[in-house]
Design a binder for this molecule. Structure first.
Ligand SMILES: Cc1cc2nc3c(=O)[nH]c(=O)nc-3n(C[C@H](O)[C@H](O)[C@H](O)COP(=O)(O)OP(=O)(O)OC[C@H]3O[C@@H](n4cnc5c(N)ncnc54)[C@H](O)[C@@H]3O)c2cc1C
Length: 509
């Protein structure tokens, strides 16, 4: 119904515009003192070429006046658009996705790809420019060099999806995938774990090789291997890509399949008592489910959206959104918060001043301290960074960059590993927020154990953008099929937090 009335309004409006256009054309003619004789009117209205030539014959001022609407017309068009937006507003939906970044948009894409008109999907995104979204400030790396089975599987699917991206997101999508392996280095202390991880990764379908310090030196002569015991070098399915292009592709395709994006911020929830639902620890009739989300529009207006299912995919703000749903602020299971908060991470872009920096065939290299670098384009630039030690976490009030952090924590490690990096100059830098899971730095994916209509997909802590294709698919399976069908992500559920069983990933950067 909504589509019908919307397209009717659009057509009606187009018709009015055309009418106005044609009226103005004839009135412009008349002001020139040119009486509209039947033959001239006929020439103007019947022959499109004569009409166009006539139009081009006018001076530019007339042309501008002709094409641009008058103030009065503009006001009525603006109010039409405002009315149109209001009419388009979905005040109820089947699935409400909170956050339209990489994760939320992938979820919307997968749900709509599979269910099409069977599910009305609304994505609420508070900033359609994505200025502070982690997705757009990420480095866009894809690797299978993880220690947890699920992380390896999620990233293997990420690689497969990106290989076939045009089939998924359309011919015009170009994520600029740069296929280079990662190179994870280990000291004597981490060597055994590196080998074990590599075995598991290869068993699951990744392709990488273990190199001794001697082989590393032969393969990568720019490297100082003092203190390095082994390296794991990715040979396939790894690299980096443009995360903004991936997000835009998901968003565009989700919209083309019928998803609705609402430019608004979720600011609260409405709860509804449901006496038919019994929950351990609550007396019968005490359960209150989630019913509606309150959203604040750009003009400050607060509206509500009723939903059957909601998904928290609000990145670094997910803990805050969960709290609005009483997660961490209620009774029983609801005393346990969603442990996701913003943590600021810096990325520095630098140039090697002596022109002797590592060449084109340089992998994304991570040293045993977690300091990483890779080439950035073909102009001799590199980018890199390092997570700060826990006791030195910077304030998350803004995204200002601390340049002293590069000098004190990043550069010394870079220069130790790559002696030619003794002479580097930082050209630019940026900061972004990890959606940091303080419990175990891994994704939290799946249903919330208390609410029967709330799902969570967040907390990826620095390795989430490469997992967006698989996470969107996984959530669509949960909602449409009732369970995970391709990659079993049960261990990534919220339950592990309730029972205090962290799932530690050894390869966090
Ligand atoms: C510096 C840096 C480097 C990174 N490098 C990599 C990498 O190499 N590889 C990798 O895989 N990952 C990397 N990541 C991590 C990756 O970027 C994230 O895991 C991923 O982008 C998370 O996507 P998201 O959609 O959950 O979050 P976001 O992209 O932040 O999207 C969440 C959205 O929710 C919206 N939102 C928040 N609150 C509300 C609300 N109340 N109402 C409505 N909307 C709301 C926000 O505006 C935002 O657009 C990096 C991150 C950073 C910061």
């Amino acid at each position: 119904m909504i589509y019908t009335s919307k397209s009717f309004l659009l057509h009606r409006n187009c018709f009015k515009l055309l009418q106005r256009y044609s009226n103005r054309l004839s009135s412009t003619d008349r002001t020139k003192g040119d009486e509209p004789t039947p033959s001239k009117v006929g020439a103007n209205t019947q022959n499109p070429i004569s009409r166009t030539m006539k139009l081009l014959g006018n001076d530019m001022k007339n042309l501008k006046e002709f094409l641009l609407p008058s103030q009065q017309e503009k006001d009525s068009t603006d109010s039409y658009l405002e009315r149109y937006r209001r009419e388009d507003f979905q005040n109820h939906c089947d699935v409400l996705v909170i956050g339209g970044g990489g994760v939320g948009s992938s979820i919307a894409y997968w749900l709509k790809k599979r269910a099409r008109s069977g599910l009305n999907v609304v994505v609420v995104e508070k900033d359609s420019t994505y200025q502070e979204a982690s997705t757009c400030l990420s480095v866009g790396g894809l690797r299978q060099q993880f220690s947890i089975v699920e992380n390896i599987q999620l990233s293997l699917y990420g690689a497969e999806f990106m290989r076939n991206i045009k089939q998924h997101l359309g011919e015009e999508v170009d994520i600029n995938f740069t296929p280079y392996g990662y190179l994870m280095l280990a000291s004597e202390q981490g060597a055994e774990q590196l080998q074990e991880n590599s075995k598991l990764q290869n068993l699951l379908g990744a392709k990488n090789e273990i190199l001794t310090a001697k082989r590393l030196k032969e393969r990568f002569p720019w490297m100082n291997t003092d203190g390095i015991e082994l390296g794991c070098h990715g040979l396939e399915k790894e690299g980096w890509f443009d995360p903004w292009a991936l997000l835009s592709g998901f968003r565009k395709q989700a919209i083309s399949f019928g998803a609705h994006y609402v430019d608004a911020e979720v600011v609260g929830f409405e709860f509804r008592q449901q006496s038919d639902i019994l929950v351990e620890g609550l007396s019968p009739g005490e359960y209150e489910g989630l019913d509606k989300a309150y959203v604040k529009l750009k003009n400050g207006e607060i509206r509500d959206i009723k939903f059957a299912i909601a998904i928290i995919a609000a990145g670094a703000q997910s803990g805050k959104v969960a709290k609005m749903a009483r997660i961490g602020a209620g009774k029983g299971i609801l005393t346990v918060p969603l442990p996701v908060e913003p943590r600021k991470r810096y990325v520095y872009v630098y140039q090697c001043e002596n022109d002797r920096g590592p060449g084109i065939n340089t992998p994304l290299t991570i040293d045993p301290t977690g300091t990483y670098f890779r080439r950035d384009g073909l102009g001799g630039n590199y980018l890199g960074g390092k997570s700060p030690p826990p006791e030195e976490e910077p304030s998350v009030d803004n995204l200002d960059v601390d340049h002293a952090f590069f000098d004190s924590h990043v550069w010394p490690n870079l220069a130790r590993l790559v002696p030619s990096f003794e002479a580097i100059k930082v050209k630019s830098a940026w900061a972004g927020y990890y959606e940091f899971n303080t419990f175990d730095e891994n994704g939290i994916v799946g249903p919330h154990p208390y609410y029967n209509n709330l799902y969570i997909a967040t907390g990826f802590s620095g390795h989430g953008i490469q997992q967006t294709p698989a996470i969107g698919r996984a959530i669509s399976e949960m909602i449409i099929d009732g369970d995970f069908r391709t990659i079993d992500l049960k261990r990534f559920g919220f339950d592990r937090i309730l029972v205090d069983q962290p799932l530690y990933e050894a390869n966090i950067v």
